[in-house]
Write a protein of this length. Structure first.
Length: 672
């Protein structure tokens, strides 16, 4: 056997590293691209790498025991494996592995979360150790809540956004708080280790509940209410009194019935439940879910690949987007439903693996409880938390913190099935094994730069180029931002080109001529980057649109043949997403600047005919007609649109009365 003192010391340091992961929600770094998201991902990767090395070396040196392999560990590992396979065989492997910079929840993150799961079942073998994890997590959550409450009070010194504290928006904050409220309730229910801890946990839980209900996270709020009812019913079912048990069973039955009625009612056209759902969420949700279902049917086995819903949205675009019937919005990179998201991302195999990963801990824990091996608090806690997590994600999506705590809850479940911890004698290697630890360390040293250091450089360069003190530094950082590391590269390229296009669009020719060489270099960097993006990822519609606009600017200032190149790119975009109006509108702008006004008018009319409910289609047609110079025809089309949609009256009056020569560029920019 290993030296208990050495094992304790090694375990203690490893647990400190594990507990450090709990601070992920507080991590932000303003100079980094998407400062509320990408720093969290890099921090988690760094800490989990260090944790993994500690655990592997600890096992190899016989200072840590081997992990227990059970159904729960197998289930979550199988889920990650299926996601990995779906990414490999998907339509955009790079996107699947890394996701977008504003999400960072790709398969790479899942692999590191799986490492955290395995580390947790190695290091947290006693109930007290899990209590400390929950206590630290609750304390971190109080800091996150404090930032949110300060923001509500008008204090905005910290980097926050969209009513979401340090997590980005209220939906993500709500999903995170659900886990923390569950931790607090569990800590109180198990009576903790000291009275002051119970009091602290109870007060903290109350603060977190109040914080949740001060946000706009309606799904999380309803999930919490349902979770509280479910926990109460499960408590009744496990009581010793027959009548109380029956009340609990009846309560669970009612919860299931209400869930099924609401779920079915939402999909019944014209039903009252559907109307309420649309009012509470968005008209677009049902349309997006229909697109997701069609995409699943096209690739049913392993799906399109995790994190690729933005491509699905392009491929199955519904022309009603942009209208009141579809919620006005034009872009979605998530299905906003974990069921459809999983079906699209990893197909039927992914959905089955997901159900297995969720149901395995519930089944195993209740079976162990029925055998008298564990107290009822563990299965009630895990069942309720997982139910709230899934319920919240039926209209939302995962974030880095929510995924982290899902894996940790599964780690808790895996540890709990062993009974009241610790049980028996943990297994250690018969003799020291250093080969695997050495290989792991070498691998970490080789891979770490590609996973963290190089992507960090590319992400850091985005804002550094914008804030550069001179053009030379700007171009150097610009090149780094659009070329270094595949992590979020396509998104960075579109973002940087958008900044370039927006800056140059209204810049006078005389000003451009003064820095013509530098502008040409920047345009060349952006052009080559977007061309590479399109060749790698043909579904990246944003790259087509930004490249088309860049060619239009280049044709205006430097070479007239760029207009033809822009037209070609935008026609390719129209072929990629035939129902999407944005490529046609962008092409109309290019045609108008070339003087091909009739073609532009026909193009905008075709978009309008596709779905007249899209409000921008009316104003786009009016702008195109204005370039004809036919005031009578302009008045006619403007009146037609205004008669049908009164809310457009102000915009149409502006288009009719404003001088074209004075606002020439503004009218051309209306199409983007």
């Amino acid at each position: 056997m290993s030296n208990p003192r050495q094992e304790s010391r090694w375990s203690r340091w490893a647990r400190i590293i594990l507990y450090a992961v709990l601070f992920v929600p507080l991590v932000l770094y303003e100079p980094l691209f998407f400062p509320l998201v990408s720093p969290k991902a890099f921090f988690l990767i760094i800490v989990s790498w260090l944790l993994m090395l500690f655990v592997v070396w600890g096992i190899g040196l016989r200072r840590l025991s081997l992990p227990s392999v059970g159904v729960i560990a197998f289930a979550i590992s199988a889920y990650v494996l299926v996601q990995f396979l779906a990414a490999v065989f998907g339509v955009d492997s790079t996107l699947s592995f890394w996701s977008q910079p504003d999400r960072m929840t790709g398969v790479v993150l899942l692999l590191f979360l799986l490492a955290i799961f395995w580390a947790s079942i190695v290091l947290l073998r006693e109930h007290e150790q899990w209590e400390w994890l929950m206590l630290i997590s609750i304390t971190v959550a109080l800091l996150v809540a404090a930032v949110h409450l300060l923001t509500l009070g008008g204090v905005t010194t910290l980097l926050t956004s969209n009513n979401g504290s340090t997590l980005g928006n209220s939906t993500l904050l709500g999903g995170y708080l659900l886990f923390q409220i569950g931790f607090g309730a569990y800590f109180v229910a198990t009576l903790g280790r000291a009275r002051w801890l119970r009091v602290y946990s109870a007060l903290a839980t109350g603060v977190l509940v109040l914080t949740l209900f001060s946000t706009d996270a309606r799904a999380a709020q309803w999930a919490l209410i349902g979770g509280a009812v479910l926990a109460g019913c499960l408590y009744f079912i496990t009581s010793g009194k027959r009548l109380v048990k029956r009340v609990g069973v009846l309560g669970v039955g009612l919860l299931v019935a209400v869930f099924l009625i609401v779920t079915i009612g939402i999909f019944v056209d014209g039903s009252r439940l559907q109307e309420v759902f649309i009012t509470a969420t968005s008209e677009s949700r049902l349309v997006v879910w229909n697109m997701a279902w069609r995409a699943f049917l096209e690739r049913p086995l392993l799906g399109w690949g995790p994190e690729t819903f933005s491509h699905v949205f392009v491929a199955f675009y519904d022309p009603c987007f942009g209208s009141d019937a579809c919620g006005v919005g034009y872009w979605f990179d998530r299905a906003h439903n974990i069921v459809f998201e999983t079906l699209v991302g990893s197909g039927l195999l992914g959905a089955l693996a997901y159900v297995f990963a969720l149901s395995a801990p519930v089944f195993v824990l209740w079976r162990r409880y029925a055998s008298g091996d564990i107290p009822r608090t563990s299965p009630i806690f895990v069942t309720t938390l997982l139910a709230m997590y899934v319920a919240q994600n039926l209209t939302g999506f995962d974030s880095i913190p929510s995924l982290l705590f899902w894996f940790l809850v599964l780690g808790f479940a895996q540890s709990s099935v062993e009974g009241r911890l610790p049980v028996g004698h943990p297994r250690v290697l018969k003799r020291r094994q250093v080969a695997i630890p050495i290989i792991t360390t070498v691998l970490a040293m080789c891979v770490f730069p590609a996973l963290v250091l190089v992507p960090w450089q590319g992400f850091r360069a985005v804002y550094a180029s914008i804030d550069a003190p001179n053009m030379q530094e700007h171009l150097a950082q610009y090149e780094t931002a659009v070329t270094v590391s595949n992590v979020g590269l396509n998104y960075r390229r579109s973002f940087m080109t958008h900044k370039t296009n927006a800056l140059l669009w209204y810049t006078p020719r005389s000003s451009v001529e003064q820095v013509a060489t530098s502008v040409s270099q920047e345009l060349a960097l952006a052009r080559e980057a977007l061309q590479d993006t399109i060749s790698r990822s043909p579904w990246s519609l944003g790259a087509y649109l930004q490249l088309g606009r860049l060619y239009q600017i280049e044709g205006r200032f430097f070479r007239s043949e760029a207009f033809e190149q822009g037209e070609l790119v935008l026609r390719r975009a129209m072929a990629v997403s035939p129902n999407n109006p944005h490529p046609a509108w962008a092409l109309a702008s290019v045609l108008l600047e070339q003087g091909r006004v009739e073609e532009a008018v026909e193009l905008t009319q075709a978009v309008l005919d596709r779905d007249p409910r899209v409000l921008k289609a009316h104003t786009a047609r009016a702008v195109a007609v204005k370039f004809l110079g036919d005031d009578e025809r302009l008045q006619q089309v403007a009146q037609e649109s205004a008669d049908e949609y009164q809310e457009l009256l102000g915009q149409l009056q502006y288009i009719v009365t404003t001088d074209l020569e004075t606002e020439y560029l503004r009218f051309l920019g209306h199409f983007y």
